[in-house]
Every structure is written in structure tokens, then in C-alpha cells.
Design a protein around this ligand. Structure first.
Ligand SMILES: [Fe+2]
Length: 282
């Protein structure tokens, strides 16, 4: 594998929004934070972003959550149809859910993977500790979502996830692989604002930061922040010899991009690490 394309935060709507119930319309308005409720425009952006991802020469595509606006079954169906229309091999796409994908039900993601997204389940976030091997890259798709009120947007990296992921990361058989955790929420702490951390943060993110500190070959692709992020994880002293390169990467939100030129973020694999090679649009 030489190149990965990363897109995120698609926020697909029910194509029949106008005809959907008042509850759906109210909820989508509330969580859309002022964005236009335009199912066609959002669908166009995803379709074009997938065209760009294919044309970029990427061997694998990662979509880091908020695939839908509400986690509604019709939204997931619509998202799956758009993915299907893009004619990308199902083994070449890794999907993880975001907080929006769990606003309707805590079981929505599982139901989507058993239903409309079944074809893409093999490379996507299912059981904890799952690993998706693609040549020299080991992807670990992680579900950080929890069923919660519309007023919250946080995530959870459970102790169980930490144990399972750590076992993978420490597996000697993967020593020579580029390890990429794929998750919606970034592992950042709102140090100055505990309320923001409670509303929007990733509970248990110290597990992730600790893993990054111990294992310099681990990197993260995330969404949620709707912007490009490049962060250098702090390394412990015993591995300080490793170059201070970015290891936590966020992609812009497809939903926020222009209809005619949604951007995908590209990374090349160099010396076992991800190297950002910029944003690509068509
Ligand atoms: Fe989002």
C-alpha cells in the first residue's frame, strides 16, 4: 500500500427530509448547527469526494465518522447507495461511526453494518480490537460512539478498547507494519475547559495518548473537528530518538466543503509512517 485517502464528516441526510416527520426535521436542524438542510447537496459532495479519492491514486479510503446526520436507518441507506454508486471495491474502504451516527439509537451502527453497509463491514469498525491488514499497513477501526443526548457530542475509548488495541499494538507480528488507528474523536483533552471535555471530549483518551507515547509506530486518523489537524504526539524519553513527526491527523468535513470541489486528505506511506501529501479535489 502506498497511499491512503481520508475523508470525514459527511453528515448524509434522509433524501426525503421534507416528507420525514417533524421530529426528524427538528432534530436535524438542531444538530446541523446552522448548515443548510439540503440532502441533495450533501449527497453530491460525498459522490464527488469519492470520485476524487479514487482519482487520487489511493489504495485505500478511510471515512472517519459522522457518515450520517442522525444515525437514522434511511440516512444509512442513502449513504450506502452513494458508496455503491462510486464503485469502489468494498475491501478498499474503512468506515467508522461518529457521534451523529448514534443519535437515533445505540444499535444504529450495528444495524447499518448488518443491513445497507454489510458489503463494507469487513474493513470497517465492528468488534473491538479488529485489525484490517492491507499490505504493509494495519488499520484498527475503532467505534468511539455512545448513545447520548443531542446536546452532547463526545465519545468513549473504553478500557476494553484500550486493552484490545494495546494487545494489537504490542503484537510482535505487527512490529514492521504501519499501524493506523481509525476513529472519529481525536484523543485531545480540553485542559482549560472541563465542561467542553464533558460535552465534546473523548472519555478515556489518556489510554490513547499513553499508547502513542509508548509506541512511535502508531498513528491516528480522525474526524470530528471538521478541519485539518496535524499533531505531534509527545513521546516518552526512551523513544525520543524518533523524529518529531505528526502522528495525529484530522481531515476536513465533506459537509462543509463546496459542492463542486470537496477535498480529500492524502497520505503516502514512507518509512513505515504516514506522510501528509495535502488535500485533493476535482
Ligand atoms: Fe461531524
Amino acid at each position: 500500500m502506498r497511499r491512503i485517502a481520508h475523508l470525514s464528516d459527511v453528515h448524509t441526510l434522509d433524501p426525503q427530509t421534507r416528507r420525514s416527520g417533524a421530529r426528524y426535521r427538528f432534530a436535524t436542524k438542531f444538530v446541523s448547527l446552522g448548515r443548510a438542510i439540503d440532502p441533495k447537496s450533501r449527497a453530491r459532495k460525498l459522490a464527488r469526494a469519492l470520485v476524487a479519492a479514487k482519482a487520487s491514486g489511493a489504495d485505500h479510503i478511510v471515512i472517519t465518522g459522522d457518515l450520517t446526520e442522525m444515525g437514522d436507518a434511511t440516512e444509512f441507506e442513502h449513504f450506502a447507495n452513494l458508496l455503491d454508486d462510486a464503485r469502489i471495491h468494498e475491501d478498499a474502504v474503512t468506515l467508522v461511526p461518529g457521534n451523529h451516527d448514534a443519535y437515533t439509537s445505540g444499535a444504529a451502527w450495528r444495524r447499518a453494518l448488518e443491513g445497507p453497509l454489510k458489503r463494507w463491514a469487513s474493513a470497517s469498525a465492528t468488534e473491538t480490537g479488529k485489525i484490517v491488514m492491507r499490505g504493509n499497513v494495519a488499520f484498527l477501526p475503532i467505534d468511539t460512539t455512545c448513545f447520548q443526548s443531542l446536546a452532547r457530542s463526545g465519545g468513549m475509548f473504553t478500557p476494553e478498547a484500550a486493552r484490545a488495541v494495546r494487545a494489537r499494538v504490542e503484537d510482535r507480528a505487527l512490529r514492521d507494519k504501519t499501524i493506523v488507528l481509525v476513529m472519529h474523536h481525536p484523543p485531545f483533552i480540553h485542559h482549560k475547559n472541563p465542561v467542553a471535555q464533558w460535552i465534546d471530549g473523548l472519555r478515556g483518551c489518556t489510554h490513547v495518548l499513553d499508547m502513542l507515547a509508548r509506541h512511535p509506530h502508531v498513528q491516528i486518523l480522525h474526524g470530528h473537528l471538521h478541519r485539518v489537524v496535524d499533531r505531534i504526539a509527545e513521546l516518552r524519553q526512551n523513544v525520543l530518538g524518533v523524529a518529531n513527526r505528526a502522528r495525529i491527523f484530522g481531515a476536513p468535513a465533506t459537509v462543509d466543503d463546496a459542492d463542486d470541489a470537496p477535498r480529500v486528505r492524502l497520505y503516502d506511506i514512507r518509512d513505515g509512517a504516514l506522510e501528509s501529501v495535502g488535500l485533493f479535489a476535482m
